[in-house]
Design a protein around this ligand. Structure first.
Ligand code: ATP
Ligand code: MG
Length: 442
């Protein structure tokens, strides 16, 4: 296994001071899988105080010293070194009520979550005491020891199992899987922040669609608002899947960007509560985009997701069925410019991404919509290449110009808005002289 010079020097320093030291966890796993790894976790027989002693000539800090973790800076990189540990009893499926530092590697490896995460590297060879290498080869996530007990100790491991299944495209071993379902209720003991962090990782994984389908019940444990979507028959000829199945397939059709994946997962969450059977014998969901946006907002508030992410997700959901160009004049660029003004470039492309994913997850005969969305994206790109003006800030005149023309207070903004509309509609060029002339005569 290849490790950086800094990582080598950490192993060397600890060993030459008489301690055992290893790289452990994700880096070892990913090196075996041929996947990239950038952050190293170290495990050592030295206690936290002893680690601080060994690295007394380096920058060190230890906010997690109670749990045995010391951070050491080498060549501008920060490395986390943790003492061999065995966790005491867990009182609340969250935090061990005590951790004890131990001198044996075996005990430290046994407190880790999954076999594939419990291999270590001593600088020369990979040490695998729990069958991690075999499980890597067979693409299996397997809890170490009794899975029920391990999830009772720390229920976050339930979501970690889904995270690794999604990121690595592994299957969860049968006993581990049964324990996940049997102990899913314990997820209620886990803090919102930790749930949000794992959920985000699950959503960004390559196999998230498979994981979200197979572990729907677990996802609904952390987002109960999704439960009514499972098996909800849309009774609509455009749809071949139930609301949850459709949403999860939409997730699979978005690029791995958190805002897009969350928006795809939650974009129809308001469908069960807005369902009406129409006289045409079809299910309809009037206003579902707005309702879905509202439900998504409360879900993401509860999960304490960053406000900027939450707001963007809600915007994408609320406008996922917004007509960017009206059907009666689909070729008029002024509608594209208005949408650019309303959403900004980044969000507008994301709305198109959601629309594409949404349509790719409907009945196959709706494929024509996808070609339309692709054509719209191409047109939007071509239009943006011409650096058009779609924002007040890009107008060739500003508020001061309006003031010198004698406009006051609210009039200033109103005049600028009027000019922007005129530019977007092609009634006047975005040219200073022409705009001033225009505003004087209208
Ligand atoms: P990634 O590549 O996503 O960082 P990782 O395996 O390095 O994956 P980390 O969360 O960085 O995951 O944790 C480092 C190691 O610490 C894990 O490989 C595992 O051995 C151990 N570990 C982390 N969290 C837990 C937990 N909740 N229970 C038991 N062991 C854990
Ligand atoms: Mg890691």
């Amino acid at each position: 296994m290849k490790i950086t010079e800094g990582a080598k020097s950490i192993l060397k320093k600890l060993k030459s001071s008489g301690y055992e030291a290893y790289v452990v966890g994700g880096a070892v796993r990913n090196s075996l899988l041929g996947k990239p790894y950038a952050d190293y976790d170290f495990t050592t027989s030295a206690t936290p105080e002893e680690i601080l002693g060994v690295f007394c000539d380096c920058n060190t800090f230890a906010p997690g010293i109670k749990h045995g973790t010391v951070c050491v800076e080498i060549d501008g990189e920060v490395y986390e070194i943790t003492s061999f540990r065995s966790d005491g009893e867990y009182a609340d499926s969250r935090h061990p009520s005590s951790v004890s530092f131990v001198r044996s590697l075996d005990e430290d490896l046994c407190r880790r979550d999954f076999t594939v995460n419990a291999m270590c590297f001593d600088g020369e060879r990979i040490i695998d005491k729990l069958g991690g290498r075999e499980d890597c080869r067979d693409k299996i996530i397997r809890a170490i020891g009794d899975p029920i007990r391990r999830f009772e100790e720390d229920a976050l491991r339930i979501l970690r199992a889904l995270r690794f299944a999604s990121k690595l495209s592994f299957k969860i071993e049968e006993n581990t899987k049964r324990a996940i379902f049997a102990r899913k209720r314990l997820l209620n003991n886990i803090s919102a922040e930790r749930i949000a962090a794992e959920l985000s990782e699950i959503l960004l994984g390559e196999s998230c669609e498979e994981v979200l389908l197979e572990y729907a019940e677990i996802i609904c444990e952390v987002i109960p608002e999704l439960a009514p979507c499972i098996g909800f028959d849309q009774k609509n000829r455009y749809h071949t899947f139930d609301v949850y199945g459709h949403s999860v397939r939409a997730v699979g059709h978005t690029p791995p960007v958190l805002e897009l994946r969350l928006a795809a997962l939650l974009h129809d969450i308001g469908k069960p509560s807005t369902f009406r059977m129409g006289e045409d014998g079809q299910g309809h969901f009037y206003g579902h985009a707005r309702v879905s946006g509202e439900i998504a907002n409360s879900v993401l508030l509860r999960l304490k997701l960053r406000a900027a992410v939450r707001e963007e997700v809600v915007r994408l959901i609320a406008f996922h069925d917004y007509p960017i160009v009206p059907p009666e004049s689909p070729d008029d660029d002024k509608y594209l410019l208005r949408s650019l003004n309303k959403f900004g470039e980044k969000t507008l492309f994301r709305i198109l991404d959601i629309k594409r994913a949404d349509n790719l997850s409907k009945a196959p005969f709706t494929a024509a919509r996808i070609a339309e969305i692709d054509a719209l994206s191409d047109r939007l790109r071509a239009l943006l290449d011409k650096k058009p003006c779609f924002d007040i800030r890009a107008l060739a005149v500003n508020g001061r110009d309006m003031t010198s023309l004698g406009f006051k207070g609210r009039e200033v903004g109103e005049r600028l808005e009027m000019l922007l509309s005129a530019v977007i509609e092609g009634r006047v060029e975005n040219d200073r002289e022409k705009l001033i002339e225009y505003v004087k005569t209208t």
